[in-house]
Design a protein around this ligand. Structure first.
Ligand SMILES: [Zn+2]
Length: 181
């Protein structure tokens, strides 16, 4: 499928806001930034105000990487990342998050696509396991992809197609940067 061709160009960054110890009201935030042997870049920003963790993964791919005439593929793939894998069938990630009191979302921009979850901090390992699984194990068959395409096209109709202002805004940008949510 066309969108799977985007994946080899993806570089990923994991960002964490980790809550761990006593508060420090005035100190500048410590930031830990390092790279694993597999190329994954990690940024850890400790924030000790509450016992929660925000786990984000950013892929360095977005609407600007779409081929001419294929606007919307990056956003479409963002939706498809919420489909299942062989290990975790569709819905299990979101259901597990709901059960542990977490929240999640995702976003697509010109040059990145991001996913985030926020839970109490003891669940960080679980979040990482789910993200690692869908990074490589997404199962995209026609019966999964076709209905989601309708969802994405309907979002486009609501946010852009029916909005003269949004349509005009899109015309003002170079073609590769069109962004249709
Ligand atoms: Zn969307």
């Amino acid at each position: 499928m066309a969108f799977t061709r985007l994946m080899p160009f993806v570089a990923a960054t994991v960002a964490l806001l980790v809550s761990a110890a006593a508060p420090s009201a005035t100190a500048a935030p410590e930031v830990f930034h390092f790279r694993l042997a597999n190329g994954l870049e990690l940024v850890v920003v400790p924030d000790r105000r509450t016992p929660v963790v925000t786990h984000m993964i950013w892929y360095r791919v977005g609407a600007a990487d779409e081929p001419p005439g294929k606007s919307g593929i990056a956003h479409f793939l963002e939706h498809l990342m919420f489909k299942g894998t062989a290990k975790n069938p569709a819905g299990r990630f979101s259901k597990t998050l709901a059960e542990i009191g977490g929240r999640e979302n995702a976003f697509t921009s010109s040059d990145y696509t991001g996913y985030f979850q926020r839970t109490s901090r003891e669940h960080l390992k679980t979040l990482m396991e789910f993200e690692a699984d869908r990074m490589t194990g997404l199962v995209l068959t026609d019966d999964v992809v076709a209905p989601e395409l309708k969802v994405v096209l309907e979002e486009w109709n609501q946010r852009v197609g029916n909005s003269p202002g949004a349509r005009l805004g899109g015309q003002g940008r170079p073609a590769p940067f069109f962004q249709f949510y």
